[in-house]
Design a protein around this ligand. Structure first.
Ligand SMILES: [Zn+2]
Length: 204
């Protein structure tokens, strides 16, 4: 989508509007407003934003064990001695780890799938970190796997598929209790509700 009069914009301005407009939740109007804000802002402010984006991309990688975002090889949770090594919580996205950490109700480890199964969108089992999950459950002293996918259709389908993989491995497989708003994302659930759902988890 473009705004009327786009051809009057000088190229660097049009380019930034276009790039910002590709971000989720930012339409052409907001992209224009942000661009003109940055144009009028102190040079330092625009520079700091550009550097923050570059540094984030250059420094942040995925934890080699749980695939959470990290700087360095292992994330802070995997390298933390105080975590319960017998519990593994499987989530769709790194933001879900933050949401669960905010509840304070969970002290185990995580595994980030980086998505959910959605054949209609062309996302299949091999696009997710599922083989890596099975390897971990085989090789680490884990006795409970909590499937904390989003409470929506894709999340349910992904949990069902994981259950088939995990059931033969002899671990307890649980799901957070009902009570999370259905259709929603874990990352937006309020910490008390999410904490209660985790504490009231049931075996599959
Ligand atoms: Zn990790």
């Amino acid at each position: 989508m473009t705004l009327r009069g786009d051809n009057l914009l000088v190229e660097p301005v049009a380019r930034l509007i276009e790039e910002l407009g590709k971000l989720p939740g930012i339409g052409p109007k907001t992209a224009s407003r942000l661009t003109f804000f940055l144009l009028r802002a102190d040079a330092d402010q625009a520079q700091a934003l550009a550097e923050a984006i570059q540094a984030m991309r250059a420094q942040v990688t995925l934890c080699t064990r749980c695939f959470n975002i990290t700087v360095g090889e292992l994330c802070r949770i995997c390298s933390g001695a105080a975590r319960d090594q017998s519990k593994l919580c499987v989530v769709e996205e790194p933001l879900d780890v933050l949401a669960i950490e905010r509840t304070g109700a969970y002290r185990g480890l995580y595994h980030v799938l980086h998505g959910h199964i959605a054949p209609l969108e062309g996302i299949y089992r091999e696009d997710l970190k599922i083989d890596q999950l099975v390897d971990r459950v085989r090789g680490e002293p884990i006795n409970e796997v909590i499937l904390a996918m989003n409470p929506n259709t894709e999340g349910e389908a992904t949990a069902f598929l994981l259950l088939k993989d995990l059931a033969p491995l002899g671990v307890r497989v649980t799901r957070p209790a009902r009570g999370l708003p259905t259709g929603g994302d874990l990352e937006w659930a309020d910490p008390d509700t999410l904490g209660a759902a985790l504490e009231g988890r049931r075996e599959l």
